[in-house]
Design a protein around this ligand. Structure first.
Ligand code: HAM
Length: 425
């Protein structure tokens, strides 16, 4: 009797060994770049209290309204798989007493969970690197964060990537604008869809984000946030634009960019690409000056962004980026029990002498021919051969399996091996 094969949860992907070299390359570049800008890693739990996210992200957002994986645990606690990292990082900074007027530059990587409709580039488990600068009022740090993103795209060689920026103003300027928007959209109540009607009272700014084609005309004619910006935010935004211009960063001011999470104020930004289809945002973020206080910390300005790693990996592939799948540097072939013991000791010795090498001993026996076939199939560069003949004379056979000297065969003393292999890798 065969059992039914279980499928993974929809929208949650396995990351297979053949896919991971490109991920590792991306993760390595990100880590190195963040280090060079002075950011330190922080790791926070994947599960948090549900109310952390509803308070931080906002009751009237898509994420909180319909996308959170929430459950009650055995102890009766209401918990949620993190849909993003900012709320958890801010919670950690507060609950670990790290705030106290400090200036923190942090990053956090890992899986996030949103119950969205899966499609290419949009998953229910996806991975982000989130970068957060806490305790900085900007606009200098706003500009620096955007430079950091731009530097990363350049290092990864990905294109086309374009940057949109906007300013949402302070919380009070936004409240005034909100009232203006409510008045405007109430005038079109009969034409609004259910989602927009619901948002009308809770968060009318989100109506501007609607993708419903029937609403685009009404949205296009809506009063613009930029006409209601407070003076300080306008100055902040102006300075940011100047800094970006001086640094040679190309950007578009998009007055319709409002972002889907409620904690933003002032600067918001997003990088999109035309190469990936509908899910075009590869990295987005903004200032969240009010969030820390909302979560019980002392008022502290902050800004950050998060990039979607699946989308960036796709863009790297689109741009022809490749990363070699690891193969054995050395494959040790041994015939007979005595030879196997010797092969294992030899492999241990080589791994110690050259910690960067991948040294594989043939496992599962087989004659010389079968073992050579395995070595070739795995893409090994050098085979070492140990049989009775070699053991008797205390030598090791070396055959070059790949590269310019392919086919070359040598017989060496064990002590000569590391150097001789170096010459063939
Ligand atoms: P977000 O715009 O919700 O912002 O997500 C950031 C990025 O994560 C998006 O630009 C996209 O690349 C990726 N992403 C989001 N949802 C999915 C999905 N379902 N599948 C694949 N990729 C996805 C945030 O999460 C904020 N926490 C960013 C931030 C940090 N703001 C301040 N600090």
């Amino acid at each position: 009797m065969t059992s039914r094969v279980l499928q993974p949860v929809r929208g949650m992907n396995d990351q297979l060994p053949a896919d991971l070299p490109l991920w590792h390359r991306l993760e390595g570049e990100v880590r190195a770049l963040l280090h060079s800008y002075g950011y330190d890693e922080i790791r926070v739990p994947i599960v948090e209290q549900t109310q952390l996210f509803s308070r931080a992200i906002g009751e009237y957002t898509d994420v909180v309204e319909k996308e959170m994986y929430s459950f009650t645990d055995q102890g009766g606690e209401q918990l949620t798989l993190r849909p993003e990292a900012t709320a958890g990082v801010v919670r950690a900074v507060i609950s670990n007493g790290m705030l106290r007027g400090a200036r923190l530059k942090l990053w956090c990587a890992g899986p996030m969970f949103r119950h969205e409709r899966p499609q290419k580039g949009r998953y229910r488990q996806f991975h982000q690197v989130s970068v957060e600068a806490i305790g900085f009022a900007g606009p200098d740090v706003d500009a620096e964060l955007i430079l950091l993103g731009t530097a990363l795209w350049r290092r990864l060689g990905i294109a086309p990537v374009s940057l949109s920026i906007n300013s949402l103003g302070t919380a009070s300027a936004r409240a005034a604008y909100r009232a203006v928007l409510q008045d405007y959209f109430r005038g079109y109540y009969a034409e609004l869809d259910d989602d927009s009607r619901r948002r009308l009272d809770g968060n009318p700014l989100r109506i501007l984000d609607s993708k419903n084609p029937d609403l685009q005309k009404i949205i296009a004619a809506a009063p613009s946030l930029s006409d209601h910006l407070d003076g300080e935010s306008a100055e902040h935004f102006g300075t940011l634009q100047g800094l970006l211009g001086d640094a040679g960063v190309a950007f578009t001011v998009n007055p319709r960019l409002v972002r889907g999470l409620d904690y933003y104020s002032r600067t918001v930004f997003e990088w999109t690409t035309t190469a990936l289809g509908a899910q075009d945002a590869i990295c987005s973020g903004g200032r969240y000056d009010g969030l820390i206080q909302v979560l019980g910390g002392e008022p502290t300005p902050a800004i950050g962004f998060a990039m979607g790693l699946e989308r960036i990996v796709s863009l790297m592939q689109h741009c022809g980026a490749a990363a070699p799948v690891p193969a054995p540097d050395v494959y040790v072939i041994a015939e007979g029990d005595r030879a196997l013991s010797r092969a294992m000791r030899l492999a241990e010795h080589l791994r110690t002498e050259r910690p960067g090498w991948q040294v594989q001993v043939n496992l599962g026996g087989g004659n010389f021919k079968a073992q050579f076939r395995r070595a070739a199939k795995m893409g090994a560069r050098v085979a070492l051969i140990l049989g009775d003949r070699e053991l008797e004379r205390d030598v090791v056979g070396l055959k070059v399996l790949a590269g310019g000297q392919q086919g070359e065969q040598l017989e060496l003393r064990p002590a000569e091996l590391p150097g001789a292999i170096d010459a063939h890798l």
